[in-house]
Design a protein around this ligand. Sequence first.
Ligand code: ZN
Length: 70
Amino acid sequence: MKLNLQLFAVPFRRTSKTKKRMRRTHLKKEVGAIVVCPKCGAALRPHRACAKCGFYKNEDVLHIKKEEEN
Ligand SMILES: [Zn+2]
């Protein structure tokens, strides 16, 4: 397939590195919400049971066995 490029809108000049980077400063992934576990203080996502201690709403829902420290 052969395209006649004169039919398309063509950028007048190449976008500079700086202009490209300035535009892309807004293209970044947002960090999701993070809350602190009231039981053990670990950082976790809201409305989820804590992976460290297994507690959610002051209730042990995962029943994670505690590793004994030496
Ligand atoms: Zn916890």
